[in-house]
Design a binder for this molecule. Structure first.
Ligand SMILES: NC(=O)c1ccc[n+]([C@@H]2O[C@H](COP(=O)([O-])OP(=O)(O)OC[C@H]3O[C@@H](n4cnc5c(N)ncnc54)[C@H](OP(=O)(O)O)[C@@H]3O)[C@@H](O)[C@H]2O)c1
Length: 244
């Protein structure tokens, strides 16, 4: 019997940490991202820009063609790829950037969840979706209006679909995870903002200086534990603690 992880953005950052945790536990991993990480051995890395050209259906079809469904005991989708988008007051953010950020952070996870639920509908395996959201979904931030709102939408999407799946025999378990502040390129981008576009920038610079950021590999292991924990209610939002 096999265990399968499909993850968006497994190439670096938190996604790399999650991939490592699942590989350690013997799972077969399919990672969807624009670049390849040569340090990740023994996994299927599929090069794709998830925001380009309505490719999601085709990509998911390709992945599922490689899976022998009657040998699968556990299958998980982790929607992890995300972007901060442009940090600024809303009147200064270009329309294309708003659309691109919502596409990656909100529409792509919704579409991948939809396809995953369709494809695994009659499967006997345990089925699970984790949506990597952010504390920013419930904590407004100056300059982050698009990021905050794109993540808040994912939270409500997850909770609503969990209600639907609860009514089915062997429905999909869905959870949202807030990973805390994690030492990745996204945090580098936050620290590089001007005070004009992000008035809290000094606080985030201090988090790094004071060594308060979570490590991506530790977060990856936490995500695995949360995903596997069957005692957690469907649709739950789980916050990984950081050192702040
Ligand atoms: N870091 C934090 O403190 C923090 C806190 C709260 C929530 N989060 C959330 O955690 C998730 C991961 O964040 P991170 O900090 O690890 O970010 P990151 O270091 O910037 O990594 C982003 C990942 O997404 C992939 N990606 C980006 N655009 C893509 C696209 N168009 N198509 C396919 N893949 C794409 C990247 O791979 P390629 O470049 O290879 O495509 C990379 O693997 C995000 O959803 C973020 O909102 C992060």
């Amino acid at each position: 019997m096999s265990k399968i992880l499909i993850i968006s953005g497994g190439s670096r950052g938190i996604g790399e940490g999650i991939v490592n945790a699942y590989v350690e536990k013997g799972w077969d991993v399919f990672s969807l991202s624009r670049s390849i990480n040569d340090n990740l051995k023994g996994i299927n890395q599929i090069v794709v820009d998830l925001c380009e050209g309505n490719k999601l259906e085709q990509i998911i079809q390709t992945v599922f063609e490689k899976i022998e469904y009657n040998t699968v005991e556990d299958i998980t989708l982790i929607n992890n790829a995300g972007s901060l988008g442009e940090v600024n007051r809303i009147e200064n953010i270009p329309e294309f950037d708003i659309q691109a950020t919502f596409l990656l952070n909100t529409i792509v996870p919704i579409q991948l969840s939809r396809l995953f639920i369709q494809k695994t509908k009659d499967w006997k395996a345990r089925k699970s979706i984790i949506n990597i959201s952010s504390g920013a979904a419930v904590s407004p931030k100056y300059g982050w209006s698009i990021y905050c709102s794109s993540k808040a939408a994912v939270d409500l999407f997850t909770q609503s679909v969990a209600l639907e799946q609860n009514e089915l025999n062997n429905g999909v378990s869905l959870k949202v995870v807030y990973p805390g502040i994690v030492d990745t390129e996204m945090q580098e981008k936050i620290r590089s903002q001007s005070k004009d576009s992000f008035i809290e920038v000094d606080k985030f610079i201090d988090f790094k200086t004071d060594n308060k950021l979570n490590d991506k590999f530790t977060v990856g292991k936490e995500v695995y534990k949360i995903e596997q924990d069957v005692s957690i209610q469907n649709g739950a939002i789980i916050r990984i603690q950081d050192n702040r």
